[in-house]
Write a protein that binds this ligand. Structure first.
Ligand code: DHB
Ligand code: FE
Length: 284
């Protein structure tokens, strides 16, 4: 049976891709952000996952407003990145893990999550940047199963539903007949609003409480409606739903809970509050 080793939640602001491309990691603006990843690199180096299940929201590259699945799972052997119009360089295609994709899809359908299956899928910055942040050197060493959750076009799935989806994904990983090591990644948030009257909105108190809840009380955020989450975290801050799915995945299978490996919170990059949280599954 496959082994879930832990999870990493991270922000995915497109400007990060530009900074990596230009080598700005040590510049004063960027250093506090990039320095946060060093302890997580060490943890990944020690634990070496083979596969990543990555929760993210597509921003209009693969799904546009005319066709917007609430939940979609990639089932391809390869996922290409493409020009998104953000000015960031296009990254190399990612390798898929179709066997785990179909395990996840079958388990989700069995549990009455009627997901869209994507045997071809372009992946945007929200999928590629976390991998580049976690494995900055050379080719990406992991295969990927992308899981998309709509946070772009209303109505959005409820936090409690996203949590249930994440748990079901975790159950699928736990029964996957493989000796591979799996890590779960969440890409999005934290609080930010890119447009409208509240453009630039950041809520540090809520972000820190949310990050803490993922360690000690993972269902905490499921108490909030989507409108309350938007009020507290901004229209794009609602991307924090990915972190909820990620954490729920770790509640499945064997294990006694989680241990915090590392966290970092830095304001702002672009108009966004950036968060990083790595948790290790405790097997006792
Ligand atoms: C920004 C943040 C995002 O999550 C995103 O998808 C695009 C832009 C930003 O802060 O610039
Ligand atoms: Fe985003």
């Amino acid at each position: 049976m496959a082994d879930i080793i832990g999870c990493v939640g991270t922000s995915h602001i497109p400007a990060i891709g530009g900074a990596i491309h230009k080598g700005l990691q040590q510049e004063p603006y960027w250093k506090p952000f990039f320095d946060g990843y060093v302890p997580v690199h060490q943890w990944l180096e020690q634990n070496r996952p083979d596969v990543v299940v990555l929760f993210y929201n597509d921003h209009g590259l693969n799904f546009f407003l005319d066709k917007m699945p609430t939940f979609a799972v990639g089932a391809a052997t390869q996922y290409s990145n493409a020009d998104e119009g953000w000015g960031i360089p296009t990254l190399a295609p990612l390798r898929g893990e179709p066997d785990l994709s179909w395990q996840i899809i079958s388990t989700l359908i069995e549990k009455e999550f009627d997901v869209v299956t994507c045997q071809e899928m372009l992946v945007d910055h929200a999928c590629t940047l976390p991998l580049k942040l976690l494995w900055p050197e050379g080719a990406c060493p992991v295969t990927v199963v992308p899981v998309c959750i709509n946070t772009v076009q209303f109505p959005l799935p409820k936090a409690s539903r996203v949590y249930a989806l994440g748990r079901a994904v975790g159950e699928a990983i736990a029964v996957w007949d493989s000796s591979k090591k799996v890590a779960v990644i969440a890409s999005g948030g934290l609080s930010h609003q890119l447009d409208g009257e509240r453009a630039g909105f950041i809520n540090k108190a809520f972000d820190l409480q949310f990050m803490e809840s993922l360690v000690s009380n993972p269902e905490w955020a499921t108490q909030f409606s989507i409108h309350t989450l938007v009020e507290k975290s901004g229209t794009q801050g609602v991307e924090l739903l990915m972190w909820l799915a990620m954490r729920a995945a770790l509640t499945a299978g064997d294990g006694a809970g989680v241990r915090k490996v590392h966290s970092n919170y830095h304001i702002p990059i672009s108009n966004t509050a950036t968060g990083l949280l790595a948790l290790e599954k405790v097997m006792a």
